[in-house]
Write a protein that binds this ligand. Structure first.
Ligand code: C5P
Length: 215
């Protein structure tokens, strides 16, 4: 069974999807981590992010391993470093690149082949797994999403203001919506869950119920 969870930045997809997968005993795929990993590797190698061809070569050469808890690139654990605000902002170079998207979509489909999977991202229900048994569109208001992200980042020691987080999120929303390939759209058959006012536990409970209704 494939469960897809798509939605905008800061909707709490990663933690909710991960907890849901654990509860169901399914594997978990954080596809945003793959786009982040490509950009991180390119920066490490001194590749100019504006050089689309060089960036695609980096993506093609990487061995990206996503376990349920860690992201390994060529054996190096990048789980934490790919979550900084700088990488978050730069990830658009990989996410806007049709060639890189094609490669990562291929890896995502291969990873899920024959397995029970919860996968989260922007295009999982619409493009990558159009025949998924259960599709969820997880969202929350702009302000609530920015507040959650602000708390996450400051808890990790990043120095930035709420207004900066909100502004960057608005830019990401704009890019996610307007990307020519892989734009964020709700799949026609996705169930919408708005998490404003819900605790993390309530979100996972509700996701679990939705999955049960699709089994
Ligand atoms: O979900 P996360 O914030 O980690 O995603 C990082 C970036 O990768 C997002 O800004 C989004 O634009 C992009 N992304 C994407 N397609 C996906 C997952 C993430 O374009 N399936």
């Amino acid at each position: 069974m494939i469960v897809t969870i798509d939605g905008p930045a800061g909707a709490g997809k990663s933690s909710a999807a991960k907890a849901l997968a654990k509860r169901l005993g399914f594997h978990f795929l954080d596809t945003g981590a793959m786009y982040r990993a490509v950009v991180h590797a390119a920066l490490e190698r001194g590749v100019d992010l504006d050089d689309a061809e060089a960036l695609e070569q980096v993506a093609a050469s990487l061995d990206i391993q996503l376990t349920d808890d860690a992201v390994l690139v060529d054996g190096q654990d990048v789980t934490r470093v790919i979550r900084t605000q700088d990488i978050t902002t730069a990830t658009r170079y990989a996410a806007d690149h049709p060639g890189i998207r094609a490669r990562l979509v291929e890896l995502q489909r291969a990873a899920a082949e024959g397995q029970n999977f919860v996968t989260e991202g922007r295009d999982q229900g619409s493009i990558v797994f159009p025949h998924a048994e259960c599709k969820i569109f997880l969202t929350a208001s702009e302000r609530v999403r920015a507040e959650r992200r602000y708390h996450d980042l400051t808890a990790r020691g990043e120095q930035l203001t709420f207004e900066e987080v909100l502004e960057k999120q608005q830019q990401r929303d704009q890019r996610d919506a307007s990307r020519p390939v892989g734009a964020l759209i709700k799949a026609r058959d996705a169930v919408v869950l708005d998490t404003d006012g819900m605790s993390a536990e309530e979100v996972v409970d509700r996701l679990h119920e939705i999955v049960m209704q699709h089994q």
